[in-house]
Design a protein around this ligand. Structure first.
Ligand code: AMP
Length: 226
């Protein structure tokens, strides 16, 4: 399956993307994580992207599209992928249309996570990522690590993203409203979009997402119930 996950910051895209991709045995591809890896490694691309990421602005399209083009060319995407954080504007959506057309493939579904903006700042303020593996995501109130200061899965140090501070979050919300919301209309016109509420427990949102793409519910252990 080839799926896009769209939603404002704080909707829980990363959390749901990891679970959905695992359940469906497809690759989770997050442009935000790809940029953060480049930034940590100090590559040219990372240094270029850092200015934008820190300010809550979109990195330049040519850079972002090239990162995705190269990632989608890798053989591990043959079984499918879930794109988390791409496309974030119409130019990127059109570029993705072209990449998929070139490889004679198409999208199966677009999941649009919806959350009231008032909830976003509250949710994001408590979000922590593991330094060793950014797929391990915690929340100081809703999902704290069992041992303070250590990731439950690998023992890495949970940290707060620079761009999760309130002023930057507000900027990111503005960018989502003006640039990313039109992407939903782009795919709506093709009947690919299902909008689901991002409110509630992680498992509830996951169940909604799986139902939206025609898959059975899973219990908390990850086993299918139908
Ligand atoms: P995320 O982890 O998806 O919230 O992304 C973090 C930051 O990475 C964003 O605020 C942007 O600065 C940058 N970024 C991620 N995805 C994209 C994209 N598709 N286009 C441009 N910039 C992006």
């Amino acid at each position: 399956m080839r799926i896009l996950l769209i939603g404002p910051p704080g909707a829980g895209k990363g959390t749901q993307a990891v679970r959905l991709a695992t359940h469906l045995s497809i690759q989770h591809i997050s442009t935000g994580n790809l940029f953060r890896e480049h930034i940590d490694q100090g590559t040219d691309l990372g240094q270029n992207a850092h200015t934008y990421v820190r300010a809550g602005l979109l990195a330049p399209d040519e850079v972002t599209i090239e990162v995705i083009r190269q990632r989608l060319a890798r053989p591990d995407t043959v079984r499918g992928f879930l794109l988390d954080g791409f496309p974030r504007n119409l130019a990127q959506a059109e570029a993705l249309d072209g990449i998929l057309a070139d490889s004679k493939s198409r999208l199966d579904a677009v999941l649009n996570l919806e959350i009231p903006e008032a909830q976003v700042v509250r949710r994001i303020a408590g979000r922590r990522l593991c330094r060793q593996d950014r797929e391990h995501i915690f929340h100081v109130h809703y999902n704290p690590p069992e041992v303070d200061g250590a990731c439950d899965i690998c023992g890495g140090e949970p940290y707060q993203r620079d761009d999760d501070r309130e002023t930057t979050v507000r900027k990111r919300l503005e960018v989502h409203r003006s640039e990313t919301a039109p992407v939903v209309d782009h795919y709506q016109a093709r009947g690919l979009v299902t909008t689901i509420s991002a409110l509630g427990q992680v498992q509830e949102v996951l169940d909604r997402a799986l139902a939206a793409i025609g898959h059975g519910q899973v219990d908390a252990s990850g086993a299918s119930s139908c």
